[in-house]
Design a protein around this ligand. Structure first.
Ligand SMILES: NC(=O)c1ccc[n+]([C@@H]2O[C@H](COP(=O)([O-])OP(=O)(O)OC[C@H]3O[C@@H](n4cnc5c(N)ncnc54)[C@H](OP(=O)(O)O)[C@@H]3O)[C@@H](O)[C@H]2O)c1
Length: 412
């Protein structure tokens, strides 16, 4: 099979290296050879650098800046979409599927934004659309999930699905200073120069939306996930929570149906910094990820591994290629399910701290005191564990600038 790689950054190069370093082995294992026939590199400087470094065989023939050259090549059966763009990626994936080419992508932004359209296109053209690397990086979680959802009701899913924030929170929980950890994470390439996508929780809610669309088979906009990230968490919060016996993680959660304490047709999806106790997620540290879900027949299933980086992510892509060559496609089209989204109404207890700059605001002080079930500290600063409040209320308090963290004892 001839394939094209779209984008030649970290993941693209990982895929190329895996596929080209043991060609013979793959021919035996996959049933046919997999040849990287084209690589889309749109930037001339990048192309010249690749040629100079001699990291691609026959680079002059293989590298192209022209996606149409790939699209119109009838010998290319599969495109590996690993660009960092969102809109262009959607275009590349749509056009590839429409041209009858299988697609595997690591691009969570593109998959989350256009999930159901892409499913329809893949079905119409009878080709595979795979996206294992888009959630959990190197963890094989979507392949098992896609089989389990066929004959199980998934009542609960919990996940640590953003490596960068997990690294920051792990270091904070060791008692380290937030600013120092942020600088270090940027130096190590764990956080981007603009870390908003990760620290505001956007990346995690995008991945949760993908998981929820696979499980519920309804269209879900990532903006509809009830969420906030770790932008209002610091070492003082982690220190106080540690004293109370809690670890802190950014937890993505899906609850569905009666088994999860909701009505039969209700679901809720959220991403919040969450204080956990006696949970297996406490051992998921640094750049590692874990997704656990609960099926009506399967019971609890847990998937743990590297949340990203070159070879784990490329490995997920190559696993997709293997599935494309050896199995029939599995699709997740929108079904006529009458689900009710109750994400905003779900209630939990929250840790709430009024930061110094808001301590003079009497209305905030009064409100927080009225929500307190347990007061942790009340002399120099106000820190409480709240009564059960809705996700919507928690988001409102977050938007006022409070430090707020979900307390969740029910995460296994
Ligand atoms: N790295 C990971 O651990 C990881 C894990 C899971 C998922 N992913 C996802 O995998 C994808 C690739 O990630 P990466 O880490 O490999 O990113 P990367 O190192 O930034 O590489 C992306 C490459 O795509 C190129 N590109 C951007 N727009 C393009 C376009 N319109 N046409 C052709 N090429 C284009 C970029 O070129 P320029 O730099 O010249 O713009 C760059 O070479 C992303 O969607 C990412 O979210 C990554």
């Amino acid at each position: 099979m001839k394939i094209a790689i779209l984008g030649f950054g970290t993941v693209g190069q990982g895929v190329y290296n895996i596929l080209t370093k043991s060609k013979k082995n793959y021919q035996e294992k996959f049933g046919e050879a997999v040849e990287v026939a084209k690589i889309l590199v749109y930037d001339d400087n990048e192309k010249n650098a690749i040629i100079e470094k001699q990291i691609v065989e026959n680079a002059e023939q293989v590298l192209t800046p022209d996606f149409d050259e790939i699209l119109t090549d009838p010998e290319i059966d599969l495109t590996v979409e690993v660009t960092s763009s969102k809109d262009k990626a959607i275009e590349y994936i749509r056009q590839s599927l429409a041209a009858g080419k299988h697609v595997t992508t690591a691009n969570k932004s593109a998959i989350a934004a256009d999930f159901m359209n892409l499913q329809e296109l893949a079905i119409k053209n009878n080709v595979h659309l795979k996206f294992e690397a888009s959630v959990g990086g190197g963890i094989p979680v979507l392949a098992p999930l896609s089989r389990v959802v066929a004959f199980n009701e998934i009542s609960k899913l919990h996940g640590i699905i953003n490596s960068s924030t997990n690294y920051v929170l792990t270091e904070l929980c060791k008692g380290r200073d937030l600013d120092e950890v942020m600088v270090e994470a940027r130096e190590l390439g764990i956080l981007e120069a603009d870390p908003t996508d990760d620290v505001a929780g956007y990346d995690a809610r995008r991945k949760l939306a993908i998981l929820a669309m696979m499980i519920l088979q309804i269209d879900i906009a990532e903006e509809n996930v009830s969420s906030f990230g770790i932008t209002q968490v610091d070492s003082h919060d982690t220190e106080i929570l540690r004293e109370q016996g809690y670890d802190l993680k950014l937890i993505a959660e899906l609850l569905s149906g009666e088994e999860a304490g909701l009505k039969e047709n209700q679901f809720a999806i959220s991403v919040f910094p969450t204080a956990i106790k006696d949970s297996k997620f406490s051992r998921v540290n640094g750049m590692m990820n874990e997704v656990a879900f609960f099926g009506s027949h399967s019971g609890e299933l847990r998937f743990y591994g590297a949340g990203g980086s070159m070879y784990p992510t490329a490995n997920a892509i190559v696993s997709d290629i293997y599935e494309i060559l050896t199995t029939e496609p599995i699709y997740f089209p929108a079904l006529e399910n009458s689900y009710e989204d109750v994400s905003e109404d779900i209630e939990s207890s929250f840790y709430i701290r009024i930061p110094e700059k808001l301590m003079d605001d009497k209305s905030i002080l009064d409100e927080i005191n009225s929500l307190a079930e347990k007061v942790i500290q009340n002399d120099k600063e106000v820190i409480i564990f709240s009564k059960a409040i809705s996700n919507q209320k928690a988001i409102e308090l977050f938007e006022c600038g409070l430090h707020i963290i979900r307390i969740n004892k029910a995460i296994d």
